[in-house]
Write a protein that binds this ligand. Structure first.
Ligand SMILES: [Zn+2]
Length: 300
């Protein structure tokens, strides 16, 4: 991304990160950044720095990845010091939630909204908060883990160790699990023709009218709407943006999600409330890292 906040080059590298050692992952990151730089027209423009976005627990002050949420063998990694030494670039460590907030605020809302909620909806569920014009990060940038609010008394286990968390009953993996359980009980679904399907496939099947997928997504979105409604009543935002991903479920289910969310807001909060789906489609986290870095370099 250049200093006009325009994407200059975009590349993605997939790999079997879970099977790599810590050092192999660091080496792979350095190799990829070097590869990326070869595509960027920066011969006469210096690279201001590199943003590393980590969706786990971080210490931004020391530049350390404290704990991963999805990877083993990744704790207390001095990632900023290591990459700065190997790449010769200034490196900034950013939390995933904060990265999302930066890109939504600057590139979608042009920094015009002081009280904003962004709802991440992927393998997990979280929120990013801007309140009174300030980004809310909390201790070690851990604010926004509202996917672990308990929303049901059923005993669905969550990866955090609790049961009945929003994430356990409404995030993408929960959609897959619910569809598979219903199919084993005899429910028909177009997804039964696929040897493998993920949460996005369930959302897409719902948008195409698959009755089982529609039922599962509607139930998940109902939990999501209830939880977001609670957040609205606590934080009084004027804009709530849902992850673009929910839009894959199609107009009917999305409209129901937005209406139900509005319905959970107190009458005092709803007149000034705009609830919609984000227009930013892809690579929101990496773009957010770049925006955070530029904001810091340019002292916005
Ligand atoms: Zn949980």
């Amino acid at each position: 991304m250049n200093t006009a906040y325009e994407t200059v080059v975009q590349k993605q590298q997939r790999g079997d990160w879970k099977s790599m050692s810590q050092q192999e992952r660091l080496d792979a990151i350095c190799s990829f950044v070097t590869h990326l730089q070869s595509f960027a027209p920066i011969s006469n423009r210096p690279c201001l720095g590199l943003a590393v976005v980590d969706s786990g627990v971080i210490d931004p002050q020391t530049g350390t990845s404290l704990q991963a949420t999805t990877l083993d063998h990744w704790s207390n990694v001095p990632i900023v010091a290591t990459l700065e030494k190997q790449l010769g670039l200034p490196v900034m460590l950013v939390n995933g939630s904060q990265a999302c907030l930066r890109v939504i605020d600057r590139l979608e809302l042009q920094s015009a909204i002081d009280d904003l909620l962004y709802i991440q909806y992927t393998e997990g569920i979280g929120c990013s908060i801007k309140s009174g014009g300030h980004y809310i990060a909390g201790y070690s940038s851990m604010a926004g883990e509202f996917g672990h609010c308990k929303v049901t008394d059923n005993d669905m286990p969550c990866r955090c160790g609790e049961i009945g968390c929003l994430e356990a009953v409404a995030a993408l993996p929960a959609l897959v699990r619910e569809v598979k359980i219903s199919m084993t009980q005899g429910c028909a679904s177009t997804l039964g023709k696929q040897t493998h399907f993920d949460g996005h496939d369930v959302l897409k099947a719902a948008s195409e009218g698959d009755r089982l997928a529609c039922r599962v997504v509607h139930k998940a979105f109902s939990h999501l709407a209830s939880a977001v409604g609670g957040l609205i009543n606590i934080l009084a935002p004027t804009v709530v943006l849902f992850d673009h991903c929910v839009g894959v479920a199609g107009e009917d289910l999305v409209s129901a999600l937005l209406l139900e969310t509005q319905r959970h807001a107190l009458p005092s909060h709803s007149p000034h409330l705009d609830v919609r789906v984000s227009q930013i489609e892809t690579e929101i986290i990496s773009c957010g890292g770049a925006v955070a870095l530029l904001d810091t370099c340019l002292e916005y």
